[in-house]
Write a protein that binds this ligand. Structure first.
Ligand code: BES
Ligand code: ZN
Length: 613
């Protein structure tokens, strides 16, 4: 590249750098105007009212004024705002607010008059029982059956359904909270949870590190605690506590290997909260306390890449954060890459490669189903709800992009680049545009002519996959495929050495014209319909729908009635919706399951089962 061109790029770089400073980042999914007034600290006082399925209390913000605006703009979604106050002359005084119309995906803008001197604002409010970011479970819906349970899921834009807040990941804030619950229940948050056995119903929290709003999290239930190491513990209902502590015993080693690669873990403790099976995700990286589905407690530690993933977010996502939901790949692509590096460091290349290959196949399936415009990393969302466009693209295409760079620059160079990236952007939120400038300066320019900016732009802004994208394969899977061929001709399957991953590859790649007799033969020999591993069961049940394998029907019903993790549930409903008979059956099962599903699982699956609504 010519000196002049280099100079030009770095001048543009600096200009862009200045103009995309955190406070100015564009986020169409929020009404906040951070460049006028932002809210760097929150004091939350909340009562968890199980009888009425609502949170009530107040949120107090420190105001940071960037110009002479006399209003602060926040996000809400179906909150009841009771009154607003300002801290002036050392006391709280009433102030005016207005609540905008409800936008279907964004909720309502809350505008509060803050005059020109007040340093703090307070909002008194309560939530509605159908708040999109909360799930309320009756005692009967828990394993223990004695106490109710509630939890939040704020990412991407559901924090506003339980806190009036500037709900954009471009903001970072610290928080303190005082939470009251009925006696006997334990409340936890994405903060400094105590390991004490106090269950008196009043809990105090502090999160001293600045985090984006979507990482504010709360849960309450009949929780017990078991330590895995000095700085890792499991919080769970008693029924699964010991099993979860055993399943996730490798967590401390995961922290060690990640620190060795990418620098210190900066969040003090790392605890795991095991949620009821209706938790809509596999995991959620709430800082200091990842929220985890019980469906990965499989008894053989085969699904713990999920823990590697949520832990990895302590670097990619929680430390360096996507500035808007168009940049989700900055969280999930980096995290999928780091997750796989952790798995490789702990369990070797073969297992990591199998997991990469399984993810790749999921991505290819997604690419077939999605509109091309939704397969772009720096996706155009408009004001669509990010939940409506959720797919494997930011995850696996993002991971492929980073694996591509690793391959081109070599692991040593790329590891150093990543390590510096986490340091340079620690506790900041960045956009795809900012990332590109940094990549150009810190990696591409270091080794010219290895990867062009055109290629980077293709990865980030074009649909599908570049022709020279990595195509992860696995030797272990090649052997599975050879066995499949022999088995189809009548040979026995040798499955003694198979891990969960090999079973998944086997089932996912059975020929679609497999005979009914061969389905029955598999089931007889390996008991697949009754298998307890949630992922293998999912793959088998999906195939059983396609193949109209009726003996799996009762198990399918039971699966849909007891698991609410959307990634395991929605592919089954999607498959069922393809024929009229199955759709009728699926709607019946869905209506029965619905009261136990999280609002997100309800929304996504109703769109599949009742597309006309
Ligand atoms: N942060 C995500 C979950 C998420 C992403 C919620 C975007 C809402 C919007 C979490 O870390 C995640 O990716 N979970 C995956 C883990 C899997 C890839 C190992 C899941 O839940 O399946
Ligand atoms: Zn993630």
């Amino acid at each position: 590249m010519s000196v002049l061109r280099k100079l030009f790029i770095s001048v543009i770089g600096v200009a862009l750098w200045l103009s995309t400073g955190v406070a100015k980042a564009e986020d169409v999914h929020s009404y906040a105007r951070l460049n006028q007034v932002s809210t760097p600290h929150l004091e939350l006082t909340l009562d968890i009212d199980f009888a009425n399925r609502k949170l009530q209390g107040h949120a107090t913000y420190i105001l940071q004024r960037h110009d002479d605006s006399t209003q602060v703009y926040m996000d809400t979604s179906h909150l009841t705002i009771k009154r607003t106050e300002l801290w002036v002359n050392e006391q709280w005084q009433p102030t005016k607010f207005t609540l905008g119309d409800v936008h279907p995906s964004l909720g309502s803008e809350l505008i509060i008059d803050i005059g020109s001197v007040a340093k703090k604002v307070r909002v008194h409010y309560e939530t509605v029982p159908s708040a999109s970011g909360l799930q309320w479970l009756t005692p009967e819906q828990t394993a223990g059956k004695k106490h109710p349970f509630m939890f939040s899921q704020s990412q991407p834009i559901h924090a506003r359904s339980w806190i009036p807040i500037q709900d954009t990941p471009a903001l970072r804030l610290t928080y303190n909270a005082t939470v009251t619950t009925p006696k006997g229940l334990l409340a936890v948050m994405s903060a400094d949870n105590s390991l004490s056995d106090n269950r008196d119903g009043e809990y105090k929290f502090s999160m001293p590190q600045a985090i984006p709003p979507y990482l504010i999290a709360i849960a309450a239930g009949d929780l017990a605690i078991k330590s895995i190491s000095e700085n890792v513990a499991v919080f769970a209902e008693q029924y699964i506590l010991d099993d979860a502590a055993w399943e996730f015993a490798d967590t401390p080693r995961m922290i060690e290997v990640t620190e060795a690669m990418y620098g210190p873990y900066r969040w003090d403790r790392y605890d795991l909260l095991i949620l009821p099976p209706s938790f809509p995700f596999g995991g959620m990286e709430n800082p200091r306390l990842s929220f985890i589905t019980p469906t990965v407690v499989s008894g053989d530690r085969s699904l713990i890449n999920l823990i590697a993933h949520e832990l990895a977010h302590s670097w990619s996502g929680n430390l360096v954060t996507n500035a808007s939901w168009r940049d989700l790949w900055i969280n999930e692509g980096f995290t999928s890459y780091v997750e796989n590096r952790i798995m490789e460091a702990l369990f070797g290349k073969e297992r990591a490669q199998m997991e990469f290959a399984l993810g790749y196949q999921d991505l290819l399936d997604n690419l077939e189903r999605l509109e091309p415009k939704d397969t772009v990393l720096n996706i155009q969302l408009g004001t669509r709800h990010p939940d409506d466009v959720f797919s494997q693209v930011p995850y696996v295409k993002g991971q492929l992009f980073l694996a591509y760079l690793e391959d081109k620059f070599g692991r040593d160079v790329f590891d150093k680049f990543l390590r510096k990236y986490f340091d340079d952007f620690a506790f900041q939120s960045i956009s795809t545009a900012q990332f590109k400038i940094y990549l150009q300066r810190e990696l591409l320019a270091q080794k010219p002519n290895v990867v062009s900016m055109d290629k980077i732009n293709e990865w980030l802004h074009e649909p599908g996959l570049p022709a020279d994208a990595p195509k992860p394969t696995s030797d272990a899977f090649a052997k599975v495929e050879q066995q499949t061929q022999r088995w189809l001709k009548g040979a026995q399957l040798q499955t003694k050495q198979w891990t969960t991953h090999e079973w998944l590859h086997f089932i996912n790649n059975l020929p679609l014209d497999i005979s009914a007799e061969n389905m029955a033969r598999l089931d007889r020999e390996f008991g697949l319909t009754e298998i307890q591993n949630s992922e293998i069961a999912h793959a088998w049940l999906k195939l059983s729908i396609v193949k109209k394998y009726e003996p799996a029907r009762d198990r399918l019903r039971n699966y849909l009635l007891t698991i609410g993790r959307n990634k395991l549930v929605s592919p089954l409903y999607r498959e069922l919706a393809k024929t009229a008979d199955n759709l009728k059956w699926a709607r019946e099962v869905y209506e029965q399951a619905k009261p136990g599903y999280h609002p997100l699982t309800q929304t996504v699956n109703e769109a599949l089962l009742y597309p006309e609504h």
